[in-house]
Design a protein around this ligand. Structure first.
Ligand SMILES: [Zn+2]
Length: 430
């Protein structure tokens, strides 16, 4: 069957000839085609899932909340403009988490965890139906207009569906990513500005968490300064005024002064938007989020560090986010005995959750916990999502024996990777 970022068939036809219709204007980067052995399963009358026959039931179960996500998004920022919203589950070699192709999001199977805990990604791609697909960044220098707005919107959908605690955990994990990215780039790097300068460069260079998370936190600051109700009214108007058009950062800034702050100096001085957009690093007025759930995780980590066995920690009802916080806050350096006690208690190496497995495997490589090597090899032989693959190789390259292992894995896995991932790793191994 063939499907596109357009109106799609729901069943194979004998001739193998398919016709597609997209009646709305879309930018070129949103035109996509998928061909394969897949089937369709409806979730409600306007949304459903495409996947290979062996994966369809699991996928449909995992994404069962999608109709609720669409309704919640519409309640926030106005009617969904594209008719149907479907998701297609791609092979694990797909180099990205998701791609918001209109009417048909392309998604990695690594979000199928069996417990619906990674479906935030679907909320993100759905939110792009407004921010990005309906109102599109005019150039890649304005990429944050697509991604920052989408992360903000996605968090609001998750809050509406699962509560503020849940959304706050998500935002805090995003904030950790942002801090790590600024550290990696250096806080004087021009790439830490929201408005990018990609002249003569590969637009792919701008695709890091600055656009996503620094953008998100700027919008959060605006929301907290003027009040959520006013900001929602603005956003609803913004999406309808610019529907099926493009926008630059500067056009948005004009509206910011006229429609959001109404040139009120006190408000503008609180937000200092030019610092966010045109200056490097993270401004000191960045909103602070606290999460009691995450604080509780830190307490358990401290207990463990001072000798409480892993099996006696209070982790009983941990969500994926709490596990990710747990793994993210473990010490960089751990003994093999410590690693083994964590693995025995929580079975991270063989977790069915790719995010948890990935976070754990970074520790395994760093601490030479070789028991996990077969699992790392198996993971990298199948999964081509660059977000996972690149850091795992980078960690291996830090030691001579790791480098040997990286080369071996790449030799047997590279044909399973998409060209984007393959080229990234090839350049690292040179
Ligand atoms: Zn996005």
């Amino acid at each position: 069957m063939a499907v596109m970022s357009a109106e799609n068939p729901v069943a194979k036809n004998a001739e193998g000839v398919y016709h597609f219709k997209m009646s709305k204007p879309i930018p070129a980067y949103l035109l996509a085609l998928a061909v394969g052995d897949f089937v369709f399963k409806a979730l409600d009358n306007r949304s459903g899932v495409y996947a290979e026959p062996a994966a369809i039931e699991k996928a449909a179960w995992e994404f069962a909340d999608m109709p609720k996500m669409i309704t919640s998004a519409e309640n926030l920022y106005g009617p969904y403009a594209w008719g149907r919203y479907d998701v297609i589950v791609l092979p694990p070699s797909f180099p990205f988490g998701g791609m918001e192709n209109p009417m048909l999001t392309f998604a990695t199977p690594t979000i199928i965890a069996g417990d619906r805990s990674l479906t935030t990604l679907v909320a993100h791609e759905l939110a792009h139906s407004w921010s990005g697909n309906l109102v599109t960044n005019a150039t890649w220098n304005d990429f944050w207009m697509n991604e920052g707005f989408t992360v903000y919107f996605e968090t609001r959908i998750m809050e509406a569906l699962y509560g503020k605690d849940y959304a706050d955990m998500q935002s805090l994990l995003g904030f950790e990513d942002l801090k790590a990215t600024i550290e990696e780039l250096g806080d004087t790097s021009i790439d830490t500005k929201l408005k990018l300068d990609l002249k003569d460069r590969d637009p792919d260079d701008g695709m890091n968490s600055i656009a996503y998370e620094k953008g998100h936190f700027l919008l959060l600051l605006i929301e907290q300064t003027i009040g959520r109700e006013k900001f929602d009214t603005f956003l609803k108007g913004y999406f309808s005024r610019h529907a099926f058009g493009t926008i630059t950062t500067e056009e948005f800034l004009k509206e910011y002064h006229s429609e959001i702050t109404h040139n009120d100096t006190a408000i503008e001085n609180k937000i200092r938007i030019d610092d966010w957009v045109y200056k490097v690093g993270l401004p000191d007025n960045c909103p602070k989020i606290t999460s009691e759930k995450f604080n509780a995780v830190n307490v358990q980590i401290e207990k463990w560090k001072s000798g409480t066995p892993a099996s006696q920690l209070e982790t009983k009802n941990y969500s994926t986010y709490e596990w990710l916080r747990f793994l993210g806050n473990l010490p960089t350096s751990m003994s093999l005995e410590q690693m083994k006690s964590l693995d025995d208690a929580f079975h991270f190496t063989n977790s069915g959750n790719r995010e948890i497995q990935f976070a754990w495997m970074l520790h395994c490589i760093r601490n030479k916990y070789t028991i996990a090597n077969p699992a790392i090899r198996a993971f990298l032989n199948v999964v081509g999502r660059r977000k996972f693959v690149k850091p795992l190789y980078a960690e291996m390259l830090k030691s001579p024996e790791g480098k040997t292992m990286a080369k071996e894995i790449f030799a047997t896995s590279k044909m399973n990777y998409h060209a984007i991932t393959r080229e990234t790793i090839e350049a690292m191994l040179k």
